[in-house]
Design a binder for this molecule. Structure first.
Ligand SMILES: *Cc1c(COP(=O)(O)O)cnc(C)c1O
Length: 255
């Protein structure tokens, strides 16, 4: 009886994830429509932190291909497990803070890093990116609303960091990522996301003036989570990072 119960419960979770994905994608479509944007201009990153490989496999079976992980070792374990579990390539995004001693693991296993906020980390990622893999896609994480204890480069230093990162040979600088404070009102959410968008566009102009140093497409504004993805899309987000909306509430923190 115990194993039957586990099977039934697993089936219920699976249905839930497929349904959740459908709902989140509908929400993205509606937000695009409200903003007068084409649906293809916004992609969904499913944030699978704290959820097991089986949950990721189910989301993949429902058509989701891009996944975000915050904790490096947990993410690498899942990346390796999923290679055995699903017959198609998944795209893995590191969206958590990176200490120097973890850059090699990230460079060897992930496709994207959203959380570059120091040149030293970017340099290590570039140096350690294996030759047989394509360049690592990266975004500069910006602390748009200036919280003291938050990760991310201050907005006034973002351009200088972007220009330096753009020169690193094994990285492809793609854009900006932001995690603002969780404001409850739509208007406040939109205002802070608009500040990130304005910075994103300022850096675009500066990079275009250094076209020799930067050849990657500057096309990614990573912002918006379950609670504020609609406002983020209104403000120009091109990639929303959704955990709870796809996988449900996180019941335990990863180590
Ligand atoms: C956890 C996390 C998310 C997803 O948050 P939800 O509110 O569960 O959608 C997005 N981005 C980052 C950086 C996260 O750590």
């Amino acid at each position: 009886r115990g194993s039957l119960y586990r099977l039934v419960r697993l089936a219920a979770i699976m249905t839930t994830i497929a349904n959740n994905l459908q709902q989140v994608n509908d929400r993205i479509s509606q937000a695009c429509q409200a903003a007068g944007r084409a649906r293809e201009t916004v992609s969904l990153l499913a944030v699978s932190k704290t959820f097991g490989a089986a949950a990721v496999a189910e989301a993949a079976a429902a058509g989701q291909r891009a996944f975000g992980e915050n904790y490096i070792q947990e993410g690498v374990d899942k990346i390796l497990a999923l290679r055995e579990m699903v017959p198609y390539a998944l795209q893995w995004h590191c969206i958590g803070p990176i200490q120097s001693n973890k850059t090699r693991l990230v460079a060897e296993h992930f496709d994207w890093v959203h959380t570059v906020d120091r040149l030293k980390i970017a340099q290590r990622l570039s140096d350690q990116r294996p030759a047989h893999l394509p360049p690592l896609n990266v975004c500069i994480q910006v602390n748009v609303d200036g919280g003291d204890n938050k990760a991310g480069v201050p907005p006034e230093e973002a351009l200088e960091l972007a220009l330096a990162v753009a020169k690193l040979p094994r990285l492809q600088l793609r854009g900006v990522m932001s995690i603002p404070e969780p404001y409850p009102e739509f208007a406040a959410q939109k205002t802070v996301h608009e500040a990130a968008h304005a910075l994103f566009e300022r850096i675009r102009v500066a990079l275009a003036a250094h076209a020799d140093a930067h050849s990657a497409p500057w096309d990614t504004l990573s912002m918006g989570m379950t609670a504020d993805l609609d406002a983020a899309i209104q403000a120009g987000s091109t990639m929303v990072r959704v955990g709870t909306g796809v996988f449900g509430a996180r019941t335990y923190p990863a180590a």
